[in-house]
Design a protein around this ligand. Structure first.
Ligand code: AP5
Length: 222
């Protein structure tokens, strides 16, 4: 299954992807995680992206196209994927169409997580992320078992530089201006599913499962 997760910063895309990828049996491909890994490894792409990501702006489309094309060609993504953070504007959506056209397979679903700004700010200000495996936590709603340490790999939890208040404001503005138009773009194509991202992590997970269809998810996970 080829699925895209779309939603404002802090809507819970990374959190929900952790369970969804297992249910769907496809890799979770997060362009934000890939960029953060490149930044911490100080690769050429990482050095280009560092200042842009930390300021909450968008990495140039040609750089992103290269990263995504290469990742989608990896053997684990040939049978499907859960793409999180890409596309982020109409040019990127067209690039993705081009990549998929080459395979003769379009997107099955675009899941749109919708959330109000006040809750986005609450979630991002309390977010802590594992520096080793990128697993997301929240100081109150999703705390780790041991303070400051990742449940999955024991890595150190830290606040992302782009979760500072002024950077969050820039990311939200960019989401509204550049990414929100994709909601209509995919709605017109008939692949969009709107999902209310308010409530607990489990409640949102249930809505995502309902949106995808219980039978299809059950079939894919066997
Ligand atoms: P990226 O990492 O993709 O950031 P984002 O889209 O802004 O999304 P976030 O990771 O901030 O939020 P999320 O929705 O995954 O929320 P999470 O699950 O963590 O991109 C980062 C940067 O990279 C961009 O700003 C840009 O610079 C660059 N970039 C990436 N892709 C690009 C592209 N295609 N083109 C150009 N540039 C690109 O949850 C947030 C918090 O809330 C956590 O603490 C979590 O525990 C908590 N939480 C989650 N769900 C719930 C719930 N239901 N109830 C309570 N708490 C919850």
């Amino acid at each position: 299954m080829r699925v895209v997760l779309i939603g404002p910063p802090g809507a819970g895309k990374g959190t929900q992807a952790a369970a969804l990828r297992i249910r769907l049996g496809v890799p979770h491909i997060s362009t934000g995680d890939m960029l953060r890994e490149a930044i911490s490894a100080r690769t050429v792409v990482g050095e280009k992206a560092r200042g842009i990501v930390e300021a909450g702006r968008l990495v140039p489309d040609d750089v992103m196209a290269e990263i995504v094309r290469e990742r989608l060609e990896a053997p684990d993504a040939v049978g499907g994927f859960l793409l999180d953070g890409y596309p982020r504007n109409l040019d990127q959506a067209q690039t993705l169409d081009g990549i998929l056209e080459g395979r003769g397979k379009g997107l099955d679903h675009v899941l749109h997580l919708a959330l109000e700004d006040s809750e986005i700010i609450r979630r991002l200000s309390g977010r802590r992320t594992c520096e080793s495996c990128n697993a997301p936590y929240h100081v109150t709603s999703a705390p780790p078992r041991m303070a400051g340490r990742c449940d999955v790999c024991g890595g150190r939890l830290a606040q992302r530089p782009d979760d500072k208040e002024e950077v969050v404001a820039e990311r939200l503005k960019l989401f509204r201006e550049r990414t929100q138009p994709l909601v209509d773009f995919y709605r017109k194509r008939g692949v969009l599913r709107d999902v209310d991202a308010t409530g607990s992590i489990t409640q949102v997970q249930g809505r995502l499962e309902a949106a995808l269809g219980e039978a299809r998810i059950g079939g894919a996970s066997r």
